[in-house]
Design a binder for this molecule. Structure first.
Ligand code: PLP
Length: 493
């Protein structure tokens, strides 16, 4: 993270268009000096745009410098719990850049994109098989979008069976914030379920909330505390007996893949964050893909167009009476979906389980090395991510935020902090299957060094951190409450 030192730049980096250059002819592109066709001349700008010219090397250096001030999965370990930031194999990138895939137009006739449709159909079938829910739409463009789509499917199914009064969605208090957001956006009423003292769904709380208005339970398994909901079959049976659906948030599929299937557990509808489980670079909020898999009961309502196979040909089916319609302007985020298919095929049906086994092993290794130095709120084995808190360090005046910031100076991206919300001072660590023992050891060594410094009362560096990156400790409250969103910079009221 100390790339700032290596660039030698200590001043504020101007935005590209703030550079004081006026040489508008600093770059010329071959071919653009030719006379324009008459039909285009009327559309030409009559005056210069007034954009400062900048030589190509200067603009390239500007962007490369900005990228070096960032920490990404390609510059170091990124143990971001719940969000599965795993390394993205280069072969995936080569595949999606093949001209026959990268240069296809979303509205091209089906008979000109048979290869692409065959790949997407293959992915669709594989995802259905992996999660045990055979009917899949690839359209949703993110996990949250998949949640909204799933809620729309459940709503449509309830309407179709004359139960439009069922609008309550039960959501555990450990859920990702997108769950209640998506359900509310779909016109549902959200009711929060308190977790038990073991971090799992409390069956009594569930029973008390299950009434004739319940449309669905939205559940993440393993949940966001990295704990497997071991009563899942019982939970699903109770919701079904009360006439509701079980929606599964599949963001934590990394812990289950090849080992257990949400469909077999009784879940009716599940979104899969392909950018997480099946590797796509998705820092900064995108790009993503949130395919939704459903059982027979919900299948008639899936979005159109649907990718249909007829013998050796593929076609898009654009209408279906009961469908909820389109949820995206195309058949999906094709680049993300193809990366996912490449990742799945690299393992193959026989070896997919290695993903979950290595991910869970790695998380438990980190937990085993750190559990004597940090408080563990829910003792026992974890799944693909382990949860710690700052409870022991708090006595020395050190909080989760200080530990996270100190990690930056030690060369690591912080873990997820203060989530799940049910655990005070949470630190959620997800190593994923792609990291080596050497990397995990280096991270654990850093965490143990921090804990030892706290124990010894040597906390100055922890309060000041981070001192090495380009940006140091920011005022996060002001950044959230008074964001500067315009240029030139003016504070928002
Ligand atoms: C990431 C995540 C989501 C939301 O997915 P996006 O693709 O970011 O929209 C939902 N639930 C859980 C548990 C997640 O980790």
């Amino acid at each position: 993270m100390n790339t700032m030192a290596s660039t030698g730049l200590q001043h504020e980096e101007p935005l590209l268009f703030e550079y004081q250059h006026t040489d508008a002819d600093s770059i010329s592109l071959p071919g653009v000096d030719d006379a324009l066709p008459v039909s285009l001349q009327a559309h030409c700008r009559q005056q210069a745009a007034g954009i400062p010219g900048l030589a190509e090397p200067e603009s390239v250096r500007h962007f490369v410098r900005l990228s070096q001030w960032n920490h990404g999965i390609e510059s170091g370990f990124y143990p971001l719990g719940s969000c599965t930031m795993k390394y993205n194999p280069r072969v995936n990138e080569q595949l999606v850049r093949l001209p026959g895939l990268a240069h296809v137009h979303p509205d091209q006739p089906d008979d000109t994109v048979q290869g692409l449709l065959a790949l997407l159909h293959g992915l669709q079938q594989a995802l259905g098989e992996i999660v045990g829910l055979p009917h899949v739409t690839l359209q949703p463009a993110a996990g949250a979008h998949g949640e909204l789509t799933g809620m729309m499917l459940i709503r449509a199914a309830l309407d179709a069976r004359g139960e439009s009064h069922r609008r309550t969605v039960l959501i555990p208090d450990s859920a990702h914030g997108t769950n209640p957001a998506s359900a509310s956006l779909c016109g549902m009423r959200c009711v929060e379920l308190k977790s038990g003292s073991d971090g799992r769904l409390d069956l009594d709380a569930l029973d008390a909330a299950l009434d004739g208005d319940v449309a669905a339970l939205m559940l993440t398994n393993p949940n966001t505390a990295g704990v497997f909901e071991r009563n899942i079959a019982d939970i699903c049976a109770r919701v079904h007996a009360a006439g509701g659906f079980v929606y599964g948030d599949g963001a934590n599929l990394n812990a289950l893949i090849g080992k257990a299937r949400p469909g077999d557990m009784g879940i009716d509808c599940l979104h899969i964050n392909v950018h997480k489980t099946f590797s796509t670079p998705h820092g900064g909020g995108g790009p993503g893909g949130g395919p939704v898999a459903v059982n027979d009961a919900l299948a008639p309502f899936l979005p159109v167009p649907r990718i249909i196979r007829e013998g050796e040909t593929y076609r898009l089916q654009h209408t279906d009476g009961q469908s909820i319609g389109h949820v995206l302007g195309s058949i999906g985020q094709v680049g993300v979906l193809l990366r996912a298919w490449a990742y799945i095929l690299a393992f193959g049906r026989e070896k997919l389980h290695l993903i979950a086994e290595d991910a869970v092993l790695n998380a438990n290794y980190v937990l085993a090395r750190l559990q004597d130095a940090y408080d563990v709120p829910f003792p026992g084995l974890c799944k693909h991510e382990c949860l710690l808190t700052d409870h022991r360090q708090e006595k020395q005046g050190i909080k989760t935020l200080d530990i996270a910031k100190r990690l930056i100076d030690m060369g690591f991206h912080p873990m997820t902090v203060y989530f799940p919300l049910i655990v005070h001072g949470a630190m959620l660590i997800e190593p994923t299957e792609t990291e080596s023992k050497a990397t995990l050891d280096a991270f654990c060594d850093a965490m143990l060094e921090i804990a030892a410094a706290c124990e010894a009362g040597d906390t100055a560096a922890l309060h000041e951190a981070p001192v090495l990156p380009f940006r140091q400790r920011l005022d996060e409250t002001t950044a959230a409450r008074k964001p500067v969103l315009t240029w030139p910079q003016t504070e928002q009221a």
